[in-house]
Ligand binder design. Structure first.
Ligand code: SF4
Length: 334
């Protein structure tokens, strides 16, 4: 497996100074041209090695499936990694891409296909960056990256933060357009406090009741909802980016008035917004979506209580399949 660290070492061995490495990284992200053989601003050894570097970087991922879609539609992508493992990304409408941070996931959310298989392996930072590089090739206007695909970013935090830093430094991504999503883990808050890059924060809440969260997200960290909301709020105030709470709506499980009252209690007056996303229905799964009227009424209730709330259909849903489903289907076909 070719890693970001290996790339950095290689460039150093070729005599690349920071400005030369920067140009290579920007070329990888399709915001600058690759240096050419005649470009004398670059060390000769580096110029000569560019085709090989490019091939190596581009071989980190191989596209095996891409939905047909216009620029304004979501399109699911399936990539094969060098060891044959596969991961999903989603090109989002409105200039975004949703990337994976792990192969599989250890959190085991009961409604998620990725969680069913457990964690297979961590992604290297370069494998995360390569997903964005691909998105930039096929949709050059890509300006937003959500770390919301397969995997829990806090379980591969070093690689995710390295990728965020790389994209912020070389990809012209405003930091608020880099959205780090988490089920809530103390390590995320500790790391964000000291990090020079400040991404926006999305928190997968799904319930305001600690015990119920433990059932829905069995291997999420043990942060209480109190502590989660409190720490997310201070981060939002410090950065100026509202916390984006995610709530997968499941019929009869977390769509009751009790939850709504508790959301109101937690989020009223906070610098935050709530995204309700009806669950992606998986064959054989007991989890169903609430009636659409109920979903809309929940968002309306929060609005009436001055809490920004949106009812969304996940991009994954639009492309017929939630996180992990395309991968699972392709594995089955194999
Ligand atoms: S929803 Fe996210 S955190 Fe939960 S199991 Fe799936 S990939 Fe992991």
């Amino acid at each position: 497996m070719f890693t970001l660290l290996e790339l950095q070492d290689w460039l150093a061995r070729l005599g690349a100074k920071p400005q030369h490495a920067r140009r290579v990284y920007r070329a990888m992200l399709n915001v600058a041209a690759w240096p050419t053989l005649t470009d004398e601003k670059f060390p000769k050894k580096l110029r000569e090695a560019i085709p090989e570097i490019r091939t190596k970087v581009e071989s980190v991922l191989r596209i095996v499936h891409q939905d047909d879609a216009t620029e304004n539609e979501a399109a699911k992508l399936l990539f094969a990694l060098q060891d044959g493992q596969t991961i999903e990304s989603v090109l989002l409408p409105r200039e975004g891409v949703c990337v994976s941070s792990q192969v599989g996931c250890a959190v085991g959310c009961v409604f998620c296909m990725t969680g069913k298989g457990g964690l297979i392996r961590q992604l290297d930072a370069l494998e995360i960056i390569a997903q964005v590089a691909y998105a930039r090739q096929v949709r050059p206007d890509t300006r937003k990256v959500a770390f919301m695909g397969m995997g829990e970013p806090s379980h591969n935090l070093r690689a995710v933060m390295t990728a965020i830093e790389f994209l912020g430094a070389y990809g012209d991504f405003p930091h608020k357009n880099l959205v780090l999503s988490t089920v809530g883990d103390q390590r995320v808050f500790d790391m964000l406090e000291t990090s020079t890059v400040k991404p926006a924060l999305a928190v997968s809440l799904h319930s305001t009741i600690d015990e119920k969260r433990r059932q829905l997200l069995p291997k999420a960290g043990r942060l209480s909802v109190d502590s989660l909301v409190e720490q997310a709020e201070s981060y939002a105030r410090a950065t100026g980016y509202p916390t984006q709470y995610q709530w997968t709506l499941i019929d009869g499980l977390n769509d009751g008035d009790d939850e709504l009252e508790r959301i109101k209690h937690y989020l009223a007056g906070k610098y935050a917004m709530m995204n309700f996303i009806p669950v992606n229905v998986v064959e054989g799964s007991p989890y169903q979506r609430p009636p659409i009227e109920r979903c809309a009424a929940m968002a309306r209730f929060l609005h009436q209580n001055h809490i920004v709330a949106k009812l969304r259909h996940s991009a994954a849903q639009e492309v017929q399949g939630g996180c992990g489903q395309l991968r699972a289907r392709k594995l089955q076909e194999k």
